[in-house]
Design a protein around this ligand. Structure first.
Ligand code: DGL
Length: 263
């Protein structure tokens, strides 16, 4: 029987699971290797040069060890810094995750859009260029959050996270409360944030359209992969923390892996 295709998904931590859970149903036949580079977490606190120096060799080692058919960079902070160096260094196909500014600006009726990401993502030239090229005349507010990714990790791990601490990170996204044209669209430009979706919706000062790029990334992965072979071996899943720590969250992680228990 032929071996299943392997898809490697990498993030700084648990945020990339929000991308993985959209990919798995499109390719249930594939074997998944999920890598959390927790040694370097949070990426949002590192410079572009530090991220390139960290990610390019790490991804090279992962490609050598797991021979993936495709690599998903399920992290905005990594993607806005390293997609070009990765593509230059390795021939495997890559799919990145970058702030969904184009669809958000196309969808906004009030022409006021906020981009909620890590401090690093909102500072990067890549993000500024997306606004210049695809802002479509919208007023785009960039909100760099120092803490929300860590709060999302904590919440998924079962640690109590207060509404107040989440609201403090979220509040600057809501612009023009007294105007007719207040913010109506918020781009979730960090893959950790959809882990807190219920709470973001509940704590928002008014309803907005939240843009999560994960479904679009899953469609891109499905387009790039070779069609599934009917007779592949049963596919599995692995989860790797670069720190080597074991993952003690099996029951909470299973839904992200389409019900599989990651080895
Ligand atoms: N999940 C990452 C992203 O999409 C960021 C979290 C971090 O700061 O490491 O940007």
């Amino acid at each position: 029987m032929p071996a299943p295709a392997t898809i490697l998904v990498i993030d700084s931590g648990l945020g990339g699971l929000t991308v993985l859970r959209e990919i798995v149903p499109t390719r249930p036949d594939a074997h998944y290797v999920y890598v959390a580079d927790d040694v370097f977490f949070p990426y949002g606190h590192h410079s572009e040069d530090e991220i390139i120096a960290r990610v390019v060799p790490l991804v090279g080692e992962l490609i050598a060890a797991h021979r993936p058919d495709l690599v998903v960079i399920a992290c905005n902070t990594m993607s806005v810094s390293v997609m070009a160096p990765l593509r230059a260094a390795y021939s495997v196909p890559f799919v990145g995750t970058v702030p969904a500014i184009k669809p958000a600006c196309a969808a906004s009726k009030t022409r006021r859009v906020s981009v909620l990401g890590t401090r690093a993502t909102v500072k990067r030239e890549y993000t500024q260029a997306l606004i210049r090229d695809h802002g479509q005349g919208c007023e785009v507010t960039l909100v760099g959050s120092g803490e929300l990714a860590s709060l999302a990790e904590a919440a998924l791990s079962g640690v109590e996270v207060s509404d107040q601490s989440i609201f403090a990170e979220l509040a600057p996204c809501f612009v023009g409360e007294k105007d007719a044209a207040r913010t109506d669209t918020v781009v979730l430009a960090c893959t950790h944030y959809p882990l807190l979706m219920d709470r973001l919706v509940r704590l928002a000062p008014w309803p907005v359209n939240w843009i999560d790029p994960a479904p679009a990334i899953a469609r891109r992965v499905a387009d790039l992969m070779k069609p599934a072979d009917d007779a592949t071996e049963e596919a599995g899943a692995e989860m790797i923390f670069t720190s080597g720590r074991p993952h003690a969250l099996n029951h909470a992680l299973m839904p992200f892996f389409g019900g599989r228990v990651p080895a």
